[in-house]
Ligand binder design. Sequence first.
Ligand code: 2HG
Ligand code: ZN
Length: 468
Amino acid sequence: MVLSQEFVSEIERAFPSDFMSRDAELLPVYGKDWTKHHAPNPSAVVFPRTTEEVSRFLKLCSRHRVPVVPSGGRTGLAGAAVAAKGEVVLSLDRMNKLGPVDPLAHTVRVQAGVVTEAVHQHCAPHGLVWPVDFASKGSSQVGGNIATNAGGVKVIHYGMTRQWVLGLEVVTMDGQIHELNGALEKNNTGADLKHLVIGSEGTLGVITEATLKLTRLPGQLDVFFFAVDDMRAVLSLFLEARRAPFPLMAFETLSHNCLEASTGHLKLKPPFASAAGAYVLMEVQRPHSPDAQEALDGWLAGVFEKGLVRDGVIAQSPREARELWMIREGIAESLMSGTRFVHKNDVSVPVASLEEFVARMYELFESRHGELEVYLYGHIGDGNLHLNTMKPEAMDREEFLAKCARADRDLFALVQRYRGSVSAEHGIGLLKKDALPYSRTPGEMALLRAIKAAFDPQGLLNPGKIFD
Ligand code: 2HG
Ligand code: ZN
């Protein structure tokens, strides 16, 4: 889309001189996220500093029918922040103010462009945390976390981002500023509009501020890394972990090829001398009691006695704990590094169906999609699996994507059979639109379209994301 001279002149007249950029080097950066599937092609990027500027800008875009893509840290994995069709990118980068932490209410009010990790650092001196945590926390922004209802490595303990948002300030495409729920813990005045915006991937409104709910920082954490035989063993260990006399903070799994990719990329020493069928990273919170160590040791002895694990290491220092976490959190980056091209899936099934689902899934790939090597990892405690396939060097991209598309159809049919989700935590964006009907009924799709039309009747905000 080519921006009209009238639109550009109005921007120049009504906004600061550094509000809009059409710099040829900046455009491709702001037009994409972590996906490599769509070439970025925005017409401009704008950098508002205030909600009032966002409101005036959206009103102007509505009048000129200019489509807008809201943009945070651009770490998304579904293409929801990609501007491939000449849209104007609205970056929240300059809206990065943090309000004071409220130690009584356990809240903090922040602008949407604040980086996730900055919230952690801001709250830690008060003994508090916004418990939204994942590998991209150093770049991802609060607004993007909320717009995508981000998951991550601590969902098993804390739940998704949705649970840690009290109120939102949202600007709709007509320029109206809505304060949804403010700082209220309790508010039963009809449907909660804030929850419609959370997870809507920037298609309903631009999140400009949020009142975040905080919790106490956990006490001492212990990190274990186990080698086990296979997925069945992972789940037997999970049952033991659920019964353990201490709170479970994370329970993650990875296959051997993921361990190799990540340790190779990060140049870390693999924790075990020989390969195993699968690995588990488990983090627990040590109870504040004199016999806590005994309880931990007793539980650990039990899992070895029962033959549930083949081998295991416990981090002896914060540095060792970080290194074990790096193995797990480095997988995604290692599979995307350099010239590697990866096809991603992020599915979930009810935890009770996991064992059967994983067995069927491997059978499916072996019997029908043998050329695709599966890299399996994820948040097994939440029933969430990241199933990645890498393009072999020699295969061209089109052929690889066609093979992945065929495998996806089989995979999604399997997910549907187990009443799972085709996107557990990454969202739909541009990448998973075709998959959506496997998880949403025609009745639900009609409701989603009606909600979109109510918020954005002209269809100008993040068009083509989630559905067309
Ligand atoms: C993770 O759990 C992220 O590491 C990324 O959600 C997963 O890239 C992926 O498939
Ligand atoms: Zn994940």
